[in-house]
Design a protein around this ligand. Structure first.
Ligand SMILES: NC(=O)c1ccc[n+]([C@@H]2O[C@H](COP(=O)([O-])OP(=O)(O)OC[C@H]3O[C@@H](n4cnc5c(N)ncnc54)[C@H](OP(=O)(O)O)[C@@H]3O)[C@@H](O)[C@H]2O)c1
Length: 327
């Protein structure tokens, strides 16, 4: 069976190439990919700024949805022809991709694979960081930076579905309105400047239980000030910089937890545990339409570079996908 995939020539050029589709090992599925999600890590990998783990596929792409094309040895609970979405260890920018079964989710019958492709990375990132590390509980307040991002838009919906109060930040009036429409209780336009002032005016300083932070940099001290006693700040991105000089007194006085994670760094067993929780706790909410991923646009696999340029422009809201089915 042939596989079509995107190869990195250099940071300015990608090509569509062909080789033999890989065979699934024990515990793995071969997926005929309909759609693949585009993520920041892919852009960094193209630019040579994201070292690929030694055991990962060198092909870009971390999430896919499609149909099971072949089963590895000792696979249970899956059959050829099943609809599936999955986190993959690289190799998602392709017509065929390999996934561990414990990193796969069954796609509900009422969901198309285009919608499903927008789920694995965002659901696992939000579940692990907001609920496992952040321990967000019903009645608590969550601050989501980047509420209009692929990750943030799922965080807003999932936290509301689990009865938290949600405050978000987003850039510009249009994105703020869109994040509010997702269910956020309040949205702050960070591009208007003075985020600390905006949180103060709303009486939120010292009252945020969990912060999902994609920003870092100068937002770090604002997060520390905004956190409630026993608050949890979870860093998952550094869109405003990876360095910050912080006021440690906030941590001492309020017993704060400042933590973070990366999906690739968390290891296979934590990822598998997360998917197990998501299949049970979150997929019923997806099936009933309580949680709907926001899909900004979808380009053909051969136009992967344009998908990256769009992500780098920051003009999108929600997920960018690639159609791999015609490849
Ligand atoms: N640790 C992990 O496991 C993990 C997993 C997945 C993603 N991530 C990280 O999560 C972030 C979102 O990922 P995504 O795939 O959802 O990307 P995305 O859809 O492209 O979103 C990027 C977000 O960053 C915000 N942003 C950009 N520049 C900013 C700035 N200077 N100040 C404040 N906010 C800024 C954007 O806000 P506006 O568009 O509203 O301006 C947008 O919400 C990225 O940093 C990514 O690396 C981490």
């Amino acid at each position: 069976m042939q596989r079509h995939y995107i190869n990195i020539i250099d940071q300015d050029s990608l090509t569509l190439e062909t080789d033999e589709a890989p065979s699934p090992a024990a515990g793995e599925l071969l997926i005929a990919v309909d759609f693949a999600g585009v993520n920041r890590a892919d852009v960094l990998q193209r630019m040579g700024l994201y070292p690929v783990p030694e055991d990962a596929s060198p092909i870009m792409g971390l999430e896919v949805a499609g149909t099971v094309a072949a089963l590895g040895a000792s696979v249970e609970g899956w059959a050829v022809g099943d609809k599936v979405c999955a986190l993959v260890h690289g190799g998602g920018y392709a017509s065929h991709a390999i996934a561990r079964t414990d990193h796969c989710l069954h796609v509900p019958t009422n969901l198309d694979t285009k919608t499903a492709a927008a789920l694995p990375e965002a659901l696992l990132t939000v579940w692990h960081n907001v609920f496992t590390l952040g321990q967000l509980k019903a009645g608590e307040t969550l601050l989501v930076h980047g509420g209009g991002s692929g990750i943030g838009s799922i965080a807003v919906q999932l936290a509301k579905a689990r009865d938290a109060k949600v405050i978000a930040t987003a850039g510009g009036a249009e994105k703020c309105a869109a994040v509010k429409a997702l269910g956020a209780d309040d949205v702050i336009d960070y591009q208007a400047g003075n985020l600390l002032g905006a949180l103060t005016d709303r009486g939120l300083i010292g009252h945020i239980d969990v912060i999902l932070d994609i920003a870092g940099g100068d937002f770090t001290n604002i997060n520390l000030a905004a956190a409630a006693p026993d608050g949890r700040i979870v860093c998952i991105g550094v869109m405003r910089g990876s360095k910050a000089e912080i006021e440690l007194f906030h941590i001492l006085m309020k017993r704060l937890v400042l933590t973070g994670s990366t999906l690739r760094g968390m290891g296979v067993s934590r990822r598998a545990a997360g998917f197990n929780d998501i299949q049970r706790e979150v997929m019923p909410l997806v099936k009933t339409g309580v949680i709907k991923p926001i899909i900004h646009s979808c380009v053909p696999l051969a136009a992967a570079m344009s998908a990256h340029e769009l992500m780098q422009s920051g003009e999108h809201m929600g997920k960018i996908l690639m159609d791999c089915s015609a490849s």
